[in-house]
Design a protein around this ligand. Structure first.
Ligand SMILES: [Zn+2]
Length: 412
């Protein structure tokens, strides 16, 4: 019972599948073609061995990403046109009804997809990351993380799902507006609670006690007009040797978090430059703009779902005979990424623009050459390729390619 919408869905899915495979293939060929020599602009900063490690790591992960893609597409087809959702519906509707039915149905889809993802997550962590000496995780920690995430997901997800399904069923034809308001409030709440309540479940945060570095950071903060907020060091080395720094929170709950792996690797002036870049994101309101954009997009999507939920062609076209709220919600979130995938290059472009802006701010408030030195070390430590395929990068990369970013910083 394929209807025209089934065909549109299949065509979009096929187009996405081919496009992603083609981009992956381009990336692999480009990185291999540039593996033999360090790009000229990095020749005095990066050893050939490090360049080749980055190339091999990128190729390894991109190749494995093609398996991710194939599994993702197969699961989506199995759930929709393959009849998987219909089977789950038949199973749960004989046992439960109303809101409990909806929650059970949605959680069973999430559980199935988590179980299918698990072997690949294990392979990525304990084979690929291990091979390149990035893995610091033990199987025991992996299991503990998994259980904590599942418990947290159930504890937060159950009331949220109950509330959304309840609003969808009780609020008449404008339910999507109520769900949107609820969703915005919920997201803001998580943003506030994350640094102080959720992140500490997974990592330890201790106050930065390196006095000279602390003085330097505080001088930078006052130069940039930030009120003194908490400075913390996070035990990122517990899981991985990749380094990072971030800045979270709003208003009085603002805090700056350094990964211990970052502090171990960078000189104080370089740490200052990296932090100045993060402050640049904040000063230019990138986070708030991003949140506003996501809220606007989700309003559009919910309004669209408000129309689709009454359309039998939408349900039948995706392989489901029954029409109800929980199934509509599931089908929408399964099918939407196939169509919104084409927004990826636009979102990547906006993100890269923000990165350049934050870099300019860092060059202004700290030093461009320190930021360049820090970036080179971070690229090397994370084995990020210096020679990405330009089209792959244009499509996916949230950060500009290293060469471009460094060239801009050096122009001053
Ligand atoms: Zn940034």
């Amino acid at each position: 019972m394929l209807n025209p919408f089934s065909l549109a869905f299949l065509a979009a899915l096929l187009a996405m599948f081919i496009l992603r495979l083609w981009l992956a293939q381009r990336q692999i060929s480009h990185v291999i073609a540039h593996r033999a020599t360090v790009p000229a602009s990095f020749a005095d900063r990066i050893e050939l061995a490090a360049h080749q490690k980055a190339a091999d790591y990128t190729v390894r992960r991109t190749r494995f990403g093609r398996i991710d893609l194939a599994v993702e597409v197969a699961l989506l087809l199995a759930l929709t046109l393959g009849g998987g959702l219909q089977v789950l519906h038949d199973f749960w509707s004989q046992r439960l009804d109303g809101l409990p039915y909806g929650v059970a149905l949605i959680f069973s889809v999430l559980a199935i997809s988590a179980i299918i993802d698990l072997p690949r997550a294990l392979y990525r962590q304990f084979v690929i990351e291990e091979e390149f000496a990035f893995n610091r995780m033990t199987p025991r920690l992996f299991l503990a993380d998994l259980l904590k995430q599942a418990a947290l997901g159930l504890a937060i997800g159950t009331p949220v799902l109950l509330a959304v399904l309840w609003l969808m069923e009780r609020m008449g034809s404008l339910w999507w507006l109520y769900v949107w308001l609820f969703w915005c409030v919920f997201n803001l709440l998580i943003l506030f609670l994350y640094p102080t309540w959720i992140a500490p479940l997974f990592n330890k945060f201790v106050a930065l006690d390196d006095a000279p570095l602390k003085a330097r950071v505080e001088a930078l903060l006052s130069r940039c007009g930030f009120s003194s907020s908490g400075l913390f060091v996070m035990d990122g080395s517990k899981r991985s040797s990749h380094g990072n720094a971030y800045f979270t929170g709003f208003g009085k709950s603002k805090r700056i978090v350094f990964f211990d792996t970052l502090l171990g690797r960078l000189q104080p002036l370089e740490v200052e430059a990296v932090l100045a870049h993060e402050l640049g994101h904040f000063k230019h309101r990138h986070v708030i703009k991003r949140i506003a954009m996501l809220f606007a997009l989700s309003l559009g999507f919910l309004a669209l779902l408000g129309q689709l939920i009454d359309a039998s062609w939408f349900f039948n076209g995706l392989g489901v005979e029954t029409q109800n709220t929980a199934l509509g919600l599931l089908l929408f979130f399964l099918a939407a990424p196939v169509f919104t995938f084409l927004l990826t290059p636009l979102l990547s472009l906006l993100s890269r623009r923000d990165e350049f802006e934050a870099d300019r701010y860092a060059a202004d408030k700290a030093s461009a050459s320190d930021l360049v030195a820090a970036l080179v070390k971070l690229y090397e430590d994370n084995a990020a390729t210096l020679t990405p395929d330009p089209l792959h990068s244009l499509f996916y990369d949230s950060h500009p390619p290293a060469a471009l970013r460094i060239a801009r910083l050096q122009q001053g």
